[in-house]
Design a protein around this ligand. Structure first.
Ligand code: AMP
Ligand code: ZN
Length: 114
């Protein structure tokens, strides 16, 4: 999907620094960070949103979660805590139509989001 921003980042076309990469996912800093640590965990496979996941993607979804846990530990967020966010569709505030998991941490966050 050549005109998809996150497919292009995953393919290395934008020279984005990757905090993590493996066969299934890449992770990189959000360009507009909302917390001291704000990483995006992105599958290499183009899946539009969480609404488009099926049982066939269970392993990939689990790997996204485990990658987020690992990156949280590497950023020393696991004791203080952190937030994982998956904006889904228009009302969810999704702006990039390629599935991604936000990892936010480094400050206390309120609930609900504004
Ligand atoms: P969402 O609103 O959940 O779809 O999140 C998309 C996120 O991608 C936003 O937080 C943007 O700041 C971020 N973003 C957009 N373009 C880039 C980019 N080139 N590199 C890193 N993050 C980006
Ligand atoms: Zn894509």
């Amino acid at each position: 999907v050549i005109d998809c921003l996150f497919c292009r980042i995953a393919a290395g076309e934008l020279n984005t620094h990757l905090a993590h990469q493996d066969e299934q996912v890449v992770a990189f800093a959000d360009i507009n960070p909302q917390a001291p640590t704000h990483l995006l965990i992105v599958p290499r496979l183009h899946i539009e949103s969480a609404a488009h996941l099926s049982a066939a993607d269970d392993g990939l979804w689990a790997h996204m979660l485990h990658t987020a846990q690992s990156l949280a530990g590497a950023a020393s967020l696991d004791t203080a805590g952190y937030r994982l966010v998956v904006n889904t569709g228009d009302h969810g505030g999704q702006t990039v139509p390629h599935l991604h998991l936000h990892l936010l941490g480094g400050r206390a966050m309120g609930w609900p989001p504004g």
